[in-house]
Design a protein around this ligand. Structure first.
Ligand SMILES: O=C([O-])C(=O)C[C@H](O)[C@@H](O)C(=O)[O-]
Length: 314
């Protein structure tokens, strides 16, 4: 049973940092539910506004429907009660509806609608796809503007007109003209969330475009640093943001960019670097090399951002 109405959830999520927990896999690549629970419990102990289970960083695209439901349920049950957990929905319209409903049944407070795979689609098709998914659940829905799901300002407005539980727009394009149009047309009817890879990099400029928050993948392993960064962004403290970009985020991008899909792999390597463990990634992603991992560990130490609670980890 949801604790928040969609509007209450939007009000909470828009003014705090958000994150996407990595999904733990065992050595044989099966879902390691105990480690999923342990990771979400640890993450929700911080002052995070919401956690999105089985999202991009959570490799939702590599999970079966049964595993997706398992991960969302385990995350809901492991999160501190004050920290809402949202699930995800992706793939074909019918698959996405099934995942949205499974997320709701697992107790998720909302859903992030991931893009449908493979095919191109125009606005009419995208609208009907998203509308069918949003209409299939009573929980709040945030659409993810990415890949083959680029929502025009008018499509967003029509979704908002049709569905009260449509509460958010997450962007992973960084297309300023497009974002300006979406915000100008829809204003504060919904909240806007930055979701480009390593979202910290873009957080300060996107604040001006109405993006009051973002999803931090690095929160998975340097939560205190990620929360400090968010505070500096919201205070519009350019000097503090620039210092943190130079100290950690920009050198981190250099390691992340050594491989395609490393946006997720580097998060799992980061979790390992601080002494916790959620295993490796599933194909089509692959893990960092030993050298990459050593460089990441050295960077975390040099930046002085190892979390205080990491020492207690398994
Ligand atoms: O699951 C997702 O889509 C994401 O995790 C987006 C990331 O959090 C992205 O914003 C990042 O890498 O910071």
């Amino acid at each position: 049973m949801a604790q928040y109405t969609p509007q209450e959830l939007a009000a909470r999520l828009k003014d705090g940092l958000l994150s996407f927990p990595a999904t733990a896999f065992a050595a044989d690549q099966s879902v390691d539910e105990e480690a999923v629970r342990e990771h979400v419990t640890w993450q929700s102990g911080y002052d995070v506004a919401g956690l999105f289970a089985a999202g991009g960083t959570g490799e939702g695209f590599s999970l079966t429907d049964a595993e997706h439901a398992q991960v969302v349920r385990a995350s809901v049950e492991s999160s501190r009660p004050e920290v809402p957990v949202l699930g995800s929905a992706g793939g074909s319209t019918r698959q996405a509806i099934a995942q949205a409903q499974a997320s709701e049944a697992a107790g998720a407070e909302g859903i992030l609608l991931l893009p449908p795979y493979l095919t191109e689609c125009d606005q009419q098709g995208l609208l009907e796809h998203a509308s069918a998914v949003v209409g299939s659940t009573r929980t709040a829905v945030i659409v993810y503007n990415r890949a083959n799901a680029i929502y025009s300002a008018e499509t967003v407005a029509e979704l908002a007109r049709r569905h009260e539980n449509f509460i958010g727009f997450k962007d992973a394009t960084g297309d300023i003209e497009h974002l300006a149009k979406v915000y100008a047309r829809n204003g504060d009817r919904m909240f806007y969330l930055g979701g480009l890879p390593t979202a910290e990099t873009f957080a300060l400029p996107l604040l001006q475009l109405g993006m009051s928050t973002y999803s931090s993948a690095m929160f998975n392993f340097v939560p205190e640093f990620a929360l400090d960064f968010y505070r500096d962004v919201r205070n519009q403290d350019r000097d503090a943001v620039t210092e943190k970009l130079n100290r950690f985020v920009l050198p981190y991008l250099e390691i992340r960019d050594r491989g395609k899909g490393f946006g997720v792999s580097i998060v799992k390597a980061g979790i390992r670097a601080i002494g916790r463990n959620v295993g490796g990634v599933r194909p089509p992603l692959h893990d960092l090399t030993e050298q990459d991992r050593a460089d990441l560990s050295a960077l975390i130490e040099k930046a002085g951002i190892r979390p205080a609670t990491a020492a207690t980890a398994a």
